[in-house]
Design a protein around this ligand. Structure first.
Ligand code: SF4
Length: 192
């Protein structure tokens, strides 16, 4: 059977080889993909890589028991998502490799003044340290009035920077919390 270059790339190398041998492997390949996700749980999420914030579906295997960690077996674009409608760029399409990565950080880290390395700390310690730094910095940098005596009530001593998976609801709370302390510098990667 003859196959043009365009047809070769259209059907993929595996299917092309099968077509050249005289049979069509496409239904088999489609079924193999179906089998891979047949018993999975679908969880909708957001690609964390850039501010486009494409929607993804994460497929996990596991019986949902509390002592069992669900295993991610497949990540694909969410066809119902208004931003990407099922498509993903190559970076987003490799998201599974970020989730199943030995180098992924799973706990807070801090780099102490003068140190070059990062130190693992507990969530409790991280929250306590962040709160202490916020209080100290705000006390030291809060500006109540300007030189003309006009009320400012602002704090320029620290900023808040969020990520692209932060939801509208989360960002609403961030703005409320930060503005209540007078913080003026706030930014995040996207607004989903
Ligand atoms: S899939 Fe690509 S374009 Fe979409 S959010 Fe991820 S990195 Fe950005």
């Amino acid at each position: 059977m003859g196959l043009s270059r365009r047809e070769f790339f259209k059907v993929g190398t595996g299917s092309a080889a099968a077509l050249l041998l005289g049979f069509d492997a496409r239904p088999v390949l489609a079924q193999a993909k179906e089998l891979k996700i047949a018993r999975t749980t679908e969880t909708r999420s957001t690609c964390p890589y850039c501010s486009v914030s494409c929607g993804v579906i994460i497929h996990t295997l596991g019986d949902k028991a509390k002592n069992v960690t669900a295993q991610v077996v497949h990540v694909e674009g969410d066809p119902d998502h208004p931003i990407n409608r099922g498509t993903l760029c190559p970076k987003g399409a490799s998201l599974q490799q970020e989730i199943l990565n030995d180098r992924r950080l799973k706990k807070p880290q801090v780099r102490r003044p003068g140190k070059t390395g990062w130190e693992d700390i507990s969530w409790e310690k991280a929250i306590e340290e962040v709160a202490r730094h916020i209080k100290k910095t705000r006390d030291e940098t809060f500006v109540e009035k300007n030189a003309d005596g006009k009320t400012l009530n602002r704090c320029e001593g620290f900023a808040f920077n969020g990520g692209c998976t932060d939801t509208n609801e989360f960002n609403y709370l961030v703005v409320k919390a930060m503005r209540s302390m007078g913080v003026v510098y706030m930014e995040n990667q996207a607004r989903v």
